[in-house]
Design a protein around this ligand. Sequence first.
Ligand SMILES: Nc1nc2c(ncn2[C@@H]2O[C@H](COP(=O)(O)OP(=O)(O)OP(=O)(O)O)[C@@H](O)[C@H]2O)c(=O)[nH]1
Ligand SMILES: [Zn+2]
Length: 643
Amino acid sequence: MTAVAHDAPPNATLPAAGVRSRVTVPLRFHDGYATTAEVFTFHGLSDGKEHLLLALGPWEQALLSGGPLVRMHSECMTGDVFGSERCDCGPQLREAAERITGAGGFLLYLRQEGRGIGLYSKLDAYALQDPGLDTYDANLALGHGEDERDYSAAAQMLQALGATSVRLLTNNPDKAAQLAALGIGVGEKVPTGVHLSAANSRYLAAKRDRTAHTLDLDIAPDAGSIPDPGSILAPGTKAGPAAVAPSGKVAPAPAVNGPGPTHEEMVARAAALVPGLRSAAEETERLRRLPDATVSDLEAAGIFRILAPAAVGGYGLGVQTYGEAVRTLARGCASTAWTAGHLAEHVWMLARWPREVQDEVFTGGPMPLAAATSAPVGAARKVPGGYAISGQWSFASGIMHSQWALLAVQHDGTRLQALVPLADLDLIDAWHTDGLRGTGSNDLRARDLLVPDYRVMDWAELSGTDSPGSRIHPDPLIHAPMATLLNLVAPAAALGSAEYAVELFRDQLLAPRLKNGAELRQADSPLAQARYARAAGKVAAAQLHWQAALAGAASPERSASGPADGERAAFRLALALSAEASQEAVRTVLAGSGGSAHRLAHPLQRIQRDVGVLLNHPTLGIDTIMEQAGRGLLGLGFTSASF
Ligand SMILES: Nc1nc2c(ncn2[C@@H]2O[C@H](COP(=O)(O)OP(=O)(O)OP(=O)(O)O)[C@@H](O)[C@H]2O)c(=O)[nH]1
Ligand SMILES: [Zn+2]
């Protein structure tokens, strides 16, 4: 590539720039992510342009410790402002803001649009790419260099802030090389996430193949045609391109025309995510939402497709696979398991709506993500063409990653569910909890928001065995009552957490330690042996109850007509007993782990807090479950409608 040469010794010709002004600007991105920037302007920048430096997170500490995280972001009006999908700039900017806020450092917004050739020329280059030129050849065809960017002003800004050594967030080796030649030490190159879409896959492949960007892409070199997003984002699906329905609308992706993953493959995919989830768990808590990289990993593994019918691009796998996947994810991070479990379930919930809604939400690409809330219920008022809804809804798990919200509203004594684009709602930062912090289960608010009739449904019809979707999709699971799946998430997450805790306990007991020159292991103490047996036994009990619940939930009779009272009672009882045993296992492990398990860096204290919140979830309300299960087992009928 035509990189700018920097043969001069570092700094020899680089005049110093000075800080011109500094001002605080709170930032809120389109998806609701918010942070605060100290925005710096400069005088004396070498090219005379109005470049910005945004100082984020604990940047002063990061400077002192010598490694601020720095992103040199090149202006891209189409991507940054308008959300163009031809490049990955918008998502990279958003990612950079969050990661730098976490680590402390600087986001440089560099006015070098179109890799330095300017906006109009970039658009001309786009026109040349449509018939087949790649992004670099298009520049050359216009008489420009492949990449005309120069990072002198960036180096000046960093020097003005006293940053002589940085960790550089980039996949572009040229950026690191230029910065180093300009006298800024690049201690580490930190790759950005891969923000792949159908429209930018060729662009990213060209970056990887032509300019050695460190991009881990599953695209063949010089891919002639744009890969189908379904096949990129969910290895294993073979959904074809979206078809045009007779109505002229884009129909949901056609049926998977090959076998999707099996139960075993799906659980193995979840297991493959566990090590990454463990290392991201602390960050997940700190962000109070899943990191973007986690959401991409879940999407790539097809987690959101597990339950969805084949006709909308899902795998149509059953309750067993779903339950086991959530449990497995919780062996890595309970917040992730919780969020992913609900999001996957809500995809399935969307497939229960009438065709018009399905056409709108299932676009043939990634699965639509929606948060769903139950209590407290909002109010709906009938207006011409729809309902005006108002209310504030809490516990919107998954909302930080969703495009949609499914909101419970009350109208004339009937409970309705309204489907609303997230963009129409106020997102309120209310999720400050001691456990499951990473779920970002914030509040949503609407005041007299118009929701068209077709996006409002009677809850009873939606949640029962005969939803509109059950007449569209042949998948048997679509008839299962919604509560079946809803009740699984908390016990699944508790069980996976307990399994993780016992695994940690085992490692800790068997780890060799040096005491007075002799090597000792805690495991050699009879007390530790007995405690381990007790913890392992509790988990075994939790597993047995869990398996009994799953076996009952998956029985075909249950899916077809809804379960009989006795079955329902046994199901809820088994789940509750499983979760209780999981919590006891975690308590046993903690009690035997000593003070170090309470350090904030230790996973056990987080597991304990997460399990505490799980056991307080309404679906695990032990007193009600025991009472109602007793009634069901005695043949007295239930007195709680939601049981
Ligand atoms: N000329 C031209 N510029 C483009 C094209 N697509 C994106 N850009 C510009 O490329 C720049 C974005 O590059 P960066 O995000 O810095 O990416 P990079 O150099 O690949 O490096 P990293 O993202 O740091 O790995 C922006 O200025 C965009 O306007 C294109 O097809 N042609
Ligand atoms: Zn761009």
